[in-house]
Design a protein around this ligand. Sequence first.
Ligand SMILES: Nc1ncnc2c1ncn2[C@@H]1O[C@H](COP(=O)(O)OP(=O)(O)OP(=O)(O)O)[C@@H](O)[C@H]1O
Ligand SMILES: [Mg+2]
Length: 269
Amino acid sequence: MESTPQQVLRAPFVLVTGGKGGVGKTTVCANLGVQLAGQGHSVLMVDLDLGLSNLGLFLGIQGGKTIEDALEGRCSFEDCVQEGPEGVKLLAAANGSESLTALDSERRQRLIAGIAELSAQYDVVLGDSAAGVGSDVMHFASMADRVLVVTTPEVAALTDAYGLIKAIDGFGSRAMVDIPTPELVVNQCSGVEEGQDIARKLRQVCERFLARTPRQAGWIPRSRSVAQAAQRSTPFVGTKRRGLEQLCLRQIAGRFRVLVGQSVSTECH
Ligand SMILES: Nc1ncnc2c1ncn2[C@@H]1O[C@H](COP(=O)(O)OP(=O)(O)OP(=O)(O)O)[C@@H](O)[C@H]1O
Ligand SMILES: [Mg+2]
């Protein structure tokens, strides 16, 4: 049997993941975190794309101490926490760190223990995952209260999203851990119909082959302003903005109302 982390976090943990690279995992994670923080929640974001991290870039945070520094004993995990937009907190990872690409189990346990200790101070912890079905992704999924799988309408992304859900399902069964059925975020859609259509297709395959019914957490339009915001290292959400992408993100955030434990307003129906 594979060893799995203990359920040690003291705040709800949401893993944002996805089978394929470049589908918008970090975009969703960064903006969801800032949205929840803007609504008054204390949010810790953790860059769990440990080899090629860039969550800090999406939040306008560069430099500073990283998870690698903490794991090497150069500082504590608390020392690595940085502040971003709307007061969101970030535990950043180093970009280009080969040694962190796949953690050994001792370092993974130390990372999880570090996040667990920090988590007591927050309403929610969001993790931005690497693409794929690697061991780290499986372990982080197994400690999550909610798993968001980001896909685009592209066939390759959809196929990889299914592959990831299947891998999580298999890992959970082997390790005898009840991993929550992932929820889908369909990113870079032409509109609500395409988002629903893609989610339905994936749901049908999952029901047929995995006996799992992944719900749709929401959708986000393909939008130049989303891409431009990333270029400027700023989140596209913000309390005063009222574009479709902001409304869609608020709707996704609304799905965390119960988990985070306070009232979160939803404005996109
Ligand atoms: N809805 C969108 N509309 C337009 N561009 C988008 C949208 N979502 C994401 N992008 C752009 O797509 C690129 C990839 O996004 P992002 O880095 O969030 O993906 P990722 O899944 O985290 O990638 P990786 O697998 O490398 O971690 C970025 O340039 C981002 O700005
Ligand atoms: Mg990413």
